[in-house]
Ligand binder design. Structure first.
Ligand code: LFR
Length: 471
């Protein structure tokens, strides 16, 4: 059998990649063909992404892809969730999308909750309260000059897919993070739209992972050199949904932690849990591939460390991550910890000072001590979250699967095993790209049909480390 080739455009809050996945005799091998930086910056009084630049990087990546893998069949796109761009009636982007780390929703949250009781809202959308959920961002947007001219609200991966194919849709796993999708039916929650004074028609039609979005436009063919028959396939376009496809564990008795800028920690369930206890514990029911429920919490993530490294670099201390982690291992367990979920850590800025202040560390705390405090605090938040998820869902958890970039942080993985008393599998590092690629492959007959079989293949073919709890 000849190898089949698929590509993932995978963009996170701090970097993006175009990755080719070569599937040969059941093994998927990934090749990164293009990497680029991402980040939001202050423009016109808001923290904005540059989607125009990101699209340029996607095109450059696709050009590199065509050069090395001309027989690529299909491309899938995933990014972070909740953010969107507004298009006018001619399909033009009205302004660069505002980042979820912007503070514009502070002024509108109470107003939204006055229109829709948060308790009632949770029974409909099942979503964890986060100040940046799209529903709050749209409430702020309703006060902006762009609002009157907006004809379409387009989530970030769908915007990139629109520019590549000309087709406008809303992918459903990502739609579930807007706060406007009915968690029980998977359709738009009409009543919420009405109560918030937002027209449901602003969102393009819902689309499911595995369906064909469209073929690439002639201009894209000309620029990239890709074949005109190349398609864009809808995948779990919420990066976390794609990542959860690629956990290397079978059965139901596992928790996952998709560890990157954020840590998304929780369970995969057949049905949502929208009890008052789940709401109070701030658990979300995001939609997964194949209509599964991702019952999880956004726990603070490596953002705390990434942003600390940036602060130290601004002070002229260029620290090498590997060495810093070794030093953090050496300083031993920290007695002082932070609440990694505190909203004061969401915005960019001087993170070491905020952390030292919150933990009560001395002003002379070294970067290694701050780092150890971050990792110990994350590990105990992971333990607590996994434990609470199991209790709320009535599920037994026997293993924790850490996937994504954080799975390479062996100190964090070991601390998680120690804190939780459970074995931890770590990897694949590129879970999101693998999940993206395998959902495309499956829709074209090049990967097994059930998520369970896909996961078994991943467990057998990808690099997975194991950490046992130490007493
Ligand atoms: C992870 C992620 C989370 C989402 C956050 C903001 O990259 O997609 O799942 O809550 O970013 O969009």
């Amino acid at each position: 059998m000849t190898a089949r080739i698929f590509a993932a455009v995978d963009i996170g809050a701090s970097s993006g990649r175009v990755i080719a996945g070569v599937i040969d005799a059941g093994t998927t091998t990934l090749h990164v063909v293009h990497r680029f930086a991402n980040g939001a910056s202050a423009v016109d009084r808001h923290l904005r992404w540059s989607l125009t630049d990101l699209y340029g990087e996607v095109l450059a990546g696709l050009r590199a892809l065509a050069a090395s893998f001309p027989s690529v069949e299909s491309i899938g796109i995933d990014t972070w969730a909740v953010d969107y761009g507004l298009l006018d009636a001619n399909g033009n982007l009205l302004s660069e999308p505002i980042s979820y780390r912007d503070n514009r929703t502070d002024a509108v949250i109470d107003d939204v909750h006055a229109r829709v009781d948060p308790q009632a809202m949770y029974t409909v959308n099942g979503l964890q309260f986060l100040p940046f959920n799209t529903v709050y961002q749209l409430a702020a947007e309703q006060r902006s000059p762009d609002w009157g001219r907006a004809a379409h609200i387009v989530l970030i991966p769908d915007l990139l897919a629109y520019w590549l194919t000309g087709e406008l849709r809303t992918e459903s796993t990502n739609a579930s993070t807007t706060g406007l999708l009915d968690v029980h039916t998977g359709r738009w929650a009409t009543e919420l739209f009405e109560n918030l004074g937002i027209s449901e028609k602003l969102f393009p039609t819902l689309d499911q992972p595995g369906s064909q979005r469209g073929t690439i436009r002639p201009e894209v063919v000309r620029f990239t050199g890709l074949s005109p028959s190349t398609v864009v396939t809808t995948v779990g376009s919420h990066d976390t949904a794609s990542a959860v496809v690629a956990v290397p564990v079978s059965g139901t008795r596992f928790a996952y932690i998709s560890s990157g800028t954020w840590s998304l920690a929780g369970l995969e369930l057949a049905r949502p849990v929208v009890t008052e206890d789940a709401r109070r514990a701030n658990f979300t029911n995001e939609r997964g591939v194949d209509g599964r429920t991702r019952f999880l919490r956004n726990v603070g993530g490596l953002w705390l460390l990434q942003e600390s490294l940036r602060s130290w670099a601004r002070e002229g201390r260029q620290l090498e991550l590997h060495q810093l982690l070794e030093e953090a291992r050496g300083v031993g367990p920290s007695t002082k910890r932070i609440d990694v979920d505190d909203v004061k850590f969401i915005a960019p800025g001087d993170m070491p000072a905020r952390i030292s202040d919150a933990a009560g560390l001395s002003t002379s705390a070294t970067p290694a001590e701050v780092t150890r405090c971050i990792l110990d605090s994350l590990a105990s938040a992971y333990r607590h979250t996994v434990h609470t998820a199991g209790e709320l869902a009535g599920a037994k958890v026997e293993t924790i699967a850490i996937i994504g970039g954080g799975s390479q942080n062996s100190l964090l993985c070991q601390l998680t095993a120690d804190e939780s008393g459970l074995p931890v599998t770590a990897g694949p590092v590129e879970a999101t790209a693998l999940g993206n690629i395998l959902v495309q492959a499956r829709s074209r007959g090049a990967a097994p049909s059930s998520l369970e079989e896909i996961r078994q293949t991943i467990a057998h073919t990808q690099l997975i480390q194991r950490y046992e709890p130490r007493l």
